[in-house]
Design a protein around this ligand. Sequence first.
Ligand SMILES: [Zn+2]
Length: 133
Amino acid sequence: MLVPEASVKSFYNFLKEKKIMGTKCRDCGEIYLPPRPLCPRCIKSNLEWVELEGKGKLVAFTSIAVAPTHMLNAGHSRDNPYVYGLVKLDSGPTISGLILVDAKNPEKVEIGTKVTAEFIKRDDRVILGFKPS
Ligand SMILES: [Zn+2]
């Protein structure tokens, strides 16, 4: 079996298959997302791939009105902001992604909201998003 390199690139390739893949240290059990090839706690590369369920809680977010180029190309602007945030997955690790809520009314978004992963196709790649469960 061909084992992909534990990297951010592999993470994005797995998103195309609608999989959130991290690496888990076989020694201490820590899960890394995006995947790492080395456990910084054990200083060992005894890790394995694990698929993580796309369920978690929103722990931080921001509404972005001044967008980078790839988000401008996706139709966002000062008049069409988007929300980006951090989600702590039920399996442990925290990952960033688009938060699929009404970005024009960010005061309605609450920390602790349960969210589910969405795989969003953008041009030739897939990015991770989360919508309230
Ligand atoms: Zn470890």
